[in-house]
Design a protein around this ligand. Structure first.
Ligand SMILES: [Cu+2]
Length: 218
């Protein structure tokens, strides 16, 4: 016979669990080959059961400033619009090309090209917009300036976050239970297979990678 007190506790436990299921936080620390925290790595968590609704598209801005893409890495949900704004006083001829292999059988993303005039003092900078409707990484470059390099990671999982300078990505409201986690980084030569993960209300893990970043941020 079950003691009433135990039954009450069991009920409470279930209640707490279902509350927590709304708001599991997954904290992932990504480290490079040298064991140091890896900034600008994209962490993607995909729950094993049930397909989540695709994330809501956003409007993002990437500036061209002093021959650099700012930010160097953007993470946007699939279907988002990205506005390129040239703050330099000289012309850029931007291109975006898929940086990951297309799904076998799927039509490859054609990429895009944008010509942006240099900024004239006292006038609005020239800007062009593209819609990114294919998931995956897009490499940004410039036909006129070979040193310019940037990336947009187009996400189809709502749990897709880039790591900060401390190598940490925090993913909020992840459903509890079995999930897979994978990491994308611009300097990763081969993407490692996804790791299995059991999501509990507060999940923290460290993911080692073989990435040697081209350049460390100071
Ligand atoms: Cu350029």
């Amino acid at each position: 016979m079950t003691h009433p007190f135990h039954a009450a506790l069991a009920g409470l436990g279930v209640g707490l669990l279902s509350l927590a299921a709304q708001a599991a936080t997954v904290q992932v620390t990504v480290v490079g080959r040298d064991g140091q925290p890896l900034p600008d790595a994209v962490v993607i968590v995909e729950p094993a059961t049930g397909r989540a609704a695709p994330p809501r598209p956003v409007q993002a801005v990437i500036s061209q400033q002093k021959m650099q893409f700012v930010p160097a890495l953007s993470v946007v949900p699939v279907g988002s619009r990205v506005r390129f704004v040239n703050q330099d006083s000289w012309e850029h001829h931007l291109r975006g090309t898929p940086a990951t292999l297309a799904t076998p059988g799927a039509a490859p993303s054609p990429g895009f090209e944008l010509r942006l005039d240099g900024k004239v003092d006292g006038k609005e900078p020239s800007a062009r917009e593209v819609t990114l409707d294919k998931a995956g990484a897009v490499l940004l470059g410039c036909h006129l300036h070979g040193s310019m390099r940037g990336h947009v990671f187009v996400a189809d999982s709502p749990w897709t976050v880039k790591t900060g300078g401390d190598g940490i990505a925090r993913l909020l409201d992840v459903p509890e239970g079995a999930a897979r986690v994978r990491v994308w980084h611009a300097d990763q030569l081969i993407e490692a297979p996804p790791a299995d993960l059991q999501v509990i209300p507060a999940t923290a893990l460290t993911l080692p990678t073989a990435v040697v970043p081209r350049r460390r941020r100071l």
